[in-house]
Design a protein around this ligand. Sequence first.
Ligand code: PGA
Length: 257
Amino acid sequence: MRKILIAGNWKMNQGPEETAHFFEEFSKIRKEPLKKADGAVCPPYVSLNEAKKGADKVEGIRIGAQNLYFEDSGAYTGEVSAAMLKETGCTYVITGHSERRSLFGESDSDIRKKNLKALEHALTPITCVGEVLKERKADRHYDVVREQITGVFEGFDPQQVNSCIIAYEPVWAIGTGETATPQQAQEMHAFIRDLIKEHFGANVAEEIRILYGGSMKPDNAGELVSQPDVDGGLVGGASLKPNGFHELLKIAEKQSG
Ligand code: PGA
């Protein structure tokens, strides 16, 4: 049984003070531990410490980073290593987000190296894939996602893939308010699961969690996570407020029975 995960991707929002405030408010709303679903917040690096303090007060909520570098240490100004994230209490790290691919030139090969380094330090990568609008309109979305998945996981053994989470984020749905329909999400998630089965076997395909991302909010999350191959969400805007995050977690728990 795959446990639903709602992971908040805060992007470049909420510094340490706002993060502390978020958890102050959140702990007033959310009193019971999360039992049936998993929750995570991925704030900017500088807010990870505050997030960890806050998350530790609500059982079932963990923290993650939004990026890492694939070297251990050294002259890489501005970068942060997997070991540092682990030391800060991270469980997850987002890799290959479309904003990193398009604004910072990250390639599948970079993302592959980042995933390997994360796994070496027992961090769970949440690896993003997804097509831009032009590619969907040209009916190339399956090809694009196939290329990303095979590029990022090239040479991985099944166990390594099983220790990752994939997030399907159609770029045209990110921050636009235009969500993929539950059918569009389900079709792509099933396609990704089939690809994983083809390359890494049926067991990994059955167990790996595939999240949906792109304008997920309390209004549409129920229908999305009720799709058989949608195992949760990577949520930007709607995860920034304690109430919205709490609503999403409630939906995830309800869906998990
Ligand atoms: P959004 O962002 O929920 O604001 O569309 C999702 C993401 O980019 O991970």
